[in-house]
Design a protein around this ligand. Structure first.
Ligand SMILES: [Zn+2]
Length: 183
């Protein structure tokens, strides 16, 4: 079991005593926050390709770096980063081969039914928004990034002078392309 593996590792980690507290370093060195995809290929690639070290920026990650709703928890995190954690600019970074590219939610809806989620529970949840639309991805990675950038820029609570950039990275080559230059 993964949990047991983690707990066992943690015992060894504590015995080594190599960890020093990071307290007092609460703000990112480069005063920026990055919203990116939860894709695992980006874990190693993104800091390397962008020249970022640990502690340079804050990362917020979700499926596809998608931000659609003004009351989305990602938006809440961005506002906290800007107002509380000294982030002066925002980067939305997607990747060309994103799993959310052209993603259709029908498969998830089917699997929910197999797991015993009833139609009633689904419709109760989607009182607020259509469940399928809510789960849907984007038709083109570029458009997905543009939409997220626009939704952040146009948010009524976001300061107007906060640049919001949109970028796409190629996970094969590591090349970064600008979709929106926020300056
Ligand atoms: Zn992705």
């Amino acid at each position: 079991m993964l949990l047991e593996e983690m707990l066992q590792h943690n015992v060894q980690f504590m015995e080594k005593g190599t960890h020093t507290s990071g307290r007092g370093k609460d703000f990112p060195n480069k005063n920026a926050v990055i919203l990116t995809c939860m894709e695992i290929q980006l874990d190693e690639l993104l800091p390397k390709a962008l020249g970022l070290n640990s502690g340079d920026v804050q990362f917020i990650r979700n499926a596809g770096a998608i931000l659609t709703e003004p009351d989305d928890s990602v938006m809440r995190s961005l506002l906290i980063a800007v107002y509380e954690l000294r982030a002066d600019e925002i980067f939305v970074i997607g990747h060309h081969d994103c799993w959310l590219n052209g993603f259709r939610p029908e498969g998830i809806l089917e699997r929910m039914k197999v797991q015993g989620i009833t139609e009633e529970e689904m419709s109760k949840f989607s009182d607020k928004s259509n469940l399928a639309d809510w789960l849907r991805g984007f038709d083109q990675a570029k458009e997905g990034i543009k939409t997220s950038v626009q939704n952040i820029e146009n948010h009524p609570l976001m300061p107007e002078d906060t640049p919001v950039h949109g970028l796409l990275i190629n996970t094969d080559s590591g090349k970064l392309d600008i979709v929106v230059n926020g300056y």
